[in-house]
Every structure is written in C-alpha cells, then in structure tokens.
Design a binder for this molecule. Structure first.
Ligand code: ARG
Length: 414
C-alpha cells in the first residue's frame, strides 16, 4: 500500500525535528519537509542537511523573500497596519505565505496531509489552518504539538536522542524566537513576567538605545504609490532596501517594541519585537500620507488600518475583507509618492523633511506672511453656522451664562 505523504512546515528547531519522526512513526508516513525563507538571515543555515538526517523522503527550502515583501509586507505597510497600534506583524504576515507554500508543495507531491509545529494556545495555528482551509479545503491539517505526549523540552530531547535525531548541541535559548525580514518576535522565559525588563540577550538584532552611536544618521526614503523604492534618490531592490534599513536601524536602537497584546485565543501575552525597517518605513510612509492625503481620506484610512491589522493578526489574510480593504488602500496610494527625510538617533526616529508632487500643503494658504491668500473674513460666517448646534444645545440646557437654568425640570435633566 502506498504510504500517506505529509508535507511538514519545518524550521529545523527541536519541535519540528521531533515532529517529523513522530509523524513517521504514528502514521507510517512519507515525510516531505518544507522550509520557507522569509528573509530571516541566520536561522536557515544547515536546515537542509538537518532534515535529511532525520530521514525524510524529500526536502524543500524555498526562498520566498521577494514574494513576502511585495505581496504581503507592502500591502500591510500601505494600509498602515500595526496590531494594537504597535506590532508590525512580521510573524502574522509570514504565516499565510508559509501556508500557501505548504499547499503548493502538497499539490506538486500529491500529498493529502500537511502539518505544522504551532502550539495549541497561539495565533499561528489559526493562521496556518484558516489559510490552508481557504486555499485547499480538501487537505487534512495535523498539529502534533496539540496532541502529542511530550510535556517538556527535556522529554522531546530524550525522544530525539533515542531516535538519533540531531538536536543542536548549543545551549538552547530560553526564548522562543521567530524571525523574518519584517522583524523578530521573542517570547517565553523571563519575558513572561510583564514587569521584568527584557535582559540584553533577549534582543537579537538591535542595540540598546543607550549604546547606539552618539551621532544621528539621516536617511532619505523615496516612495512611489505608497511603496519604498529608493534611498537617497537611488533606486534599490525592495528586499535589499529592507535589509539595509534593518541593519542601519538596528545599529541605532530603532524598532524595539515591548508589548502586552491580546491574542485571538483569548489570552494576553507579553511579546518583545524588534522591527527596525518596519518601524522606519511605517513612520515615513505615514508622514508622506500626512502631506498627500485629503483630510477625510487620511482619517478614514487610519480607522481602517486597525481593521486591516486585526484581520491579518487573526489569520484572515485570504478573506474577502482583505481584498476589499486593499482596493480602498490602493486607491488612496495613487498620490503617496515623494521623499521623506528622517533622522535616527538612539532609538528614536524623527521626521526632518518631506516633499511630493502631490503635496496638498499649500504655502499660500498656510503662510502667516504677506503672501497669505487665505480668506480670513470667510471664517466668520463659517464659525457661526458650524457652531450653531453646540450654541443651541447650551442655551437650552444651561441657559445664557453656561449654568443650568433655575427651575429646569428634574425629570428632563440630562
Ligand atoms: N504574538 C505574535 C503573533 O502572534 C508573535 C508570535 C511569535 N511566535 C513565536 N514562535 N515566537 O504574531
């Protein structure tokens, strides 16, 4: 009889290494590992060899960085999507693409099952499974970590040793770390106490602001249609641009985020994020929008940014709402082209200049000099009518001098 083929989302860490063997045994299955490169720089070293040593039938390592940047990160950047106004969602944005990779490989290999190494109390399981269900409803999804017998890391290591699975000889990090080009997510260990300041070793890609250079660095970012396309007037590939801003921002202590957030599964968790490029780009992009977007569009867009962030965080990337919001956002981005100058200094970003051919900033209207063309007299009538409802309300409820009228009936008191 032909063996069941299972495509496993594989990182090379302890959980997914043990998982491969566990699935082989439990289901007598043929395992295909799939590892997506989302621009994480160090994690992938040796992952192919590791997988092979575990005895899998086939190993895939796919570079998805460009697709990640252009099809997932940039739409979220254009939307201004920061979960709970803080988290740029490196992990959340990566999951739907990794799910798509699993589905693509399953199709190619004729596999009927996919598996992931997410735990039963996180957001990632939801993102994987909702995405797979959307893209390939016939595939079965397994989540071994939700059901297997291991209660601790030690038990997993013992199992690995027993089965000759290579596990890293280096002392395991006390943290759970997920990294890609858009940022690093760090949790567990002492970080679980929200009162404990993260120890220096929790941070992977940024220096502490107090240890950053004493001299500020200036950068000039070129945007076209809401997307960063160059630095200092020179066009640069999107992946390189983000790597460059990660390096530069990291050196200046930019993009450290310490967040108690609301998970989809109903708990609060404390997470540390490092996202230098994401922090710089979200900041600069919004500054350009302040210059080029009409007031009501800017206001509406910032409300929808939260909706957008919620749906990404909650695993609904492949939803009709995301497509509809993208259509709105893309319409607004038609004028979001121009240049933003920022300075990085000891963990801080400041805006120092912005310009755009679509700028709605009109010096002749804004100036307080003799060049002024604003019709000051028109303000008088405007204020009279604009303030009429407030004036009427106060007259009725509080009388002429702002205090409640004597004898106003209690039953009607507001
Ligand atoms: N809380 C974040 C999210 O849900 C990050 C999860 C990070 N995962 C990890 N294995 N460290 O997007």
């Amino acid at each position: 009889m032909k063996k069941t083929k299972i495509v496993v989302a594989y990182s090379g860490g302890l959980d997914t290494s043990v998982m491969v063997k566990w699935l082989m045994e439990k289901y007598d299955a043929e395992i295909i590992t799939a590892t997506g490169d989302l621009g994480q720089r160090k994690e992938l070293a040796g992952v192919k060899e590791k997988a092979k040593k575990t005895g899998v039938a086939k190993v895939y390592v796919q570079d998805l960085t460009k697709e990640f940047v252009e099809q997932y990160i940039f739409p979220a950047l254009k939307a201004g999507a920061l979960y709970e106004k803080a988290y740029p969602m490196a992990t959340s944005l990566g999951r739907p693409l990794l799910a798509k990779m699993l589905v693509d490989i399953a199709r190619k290999e004729g596999a009927t099952v996919v598996a992931h190494g997410c735990t039963g109390k996180g957001n990632d399981q939801v993102r994987f499974e909702v995405s797979v269900a959307a893209l390939a409803p016939d595939l079965k999804v397994l989540a071994p970590l939700r059901e297997w017998e291991f209660k601790s890391r030690e038990e997993e290591i013992a199992y690995a040793k027993h089965h000759g699975i290579p596990v890293a000889a280096t002392k395991a990090s006390p943290y759970s770390i997920d990294e890609n080009i858009w940022g690093t997510s760090i949790e567990c260990g002492v970080l679980e106490d929200p009162m404990v300041e993260p120890p220096p070793d929790a941070y992977q890609r940024t220096v502490a602001p107090e240890e950053a250079p004493d001299k500020a660095v200036s950068i000039s970012i070129d945007f076209e249609l809401g997307i960063p396309v160059g630095l200092g007037g020179k066009k640069i590939d999107s992946v390189k641009l983000i790597h460059h801003l990660n390096d530069l921002g990291g050196m200046h202590g930019i993009g450290r985020i310490d967040l108690v957030e609301n998970r989809l599964v109903g708990i609060k968790s404390r997470e540390i994020y490092e996202a230098p490029a994401a922090t710089i780009l979200h900041f600069a992009h919004t500054e350009l929008e302040r210059l080029t977007l009409d007031k009501s569009v800017f206001h509406m867009k910032s409300q929808l940014a939260q909706e957008y962030a919620n749906l990404v965080y909650n695993g609904l990337w492949y939803s009709p709402l995301r497509e509809a919001l993208d259509a709105f956002v893309n319409q607004t981005q038609k004028t979001v082209s121009g240049v933003v100058n920022v300075k990085l200094f000891k963990g801080n970003i400041s805006i120092v200049g912005r310009t755009s051919p679509h700028s709605l900033y009109n010096t002749k209207l804004a100036t307080y000099t003799t060049e002024d063309q604003f019709d000051h007299r028109a303000s008088e009538g405007f204020i009279k009518i604009y303030g009429l409802p407030v004036k009427t309300f106060h007259q009725v409820q509080y009388g002429m001098n702002g205090t409640r009228k004597k004898g106003s009936r209690k039953a009607h008191r507001l």
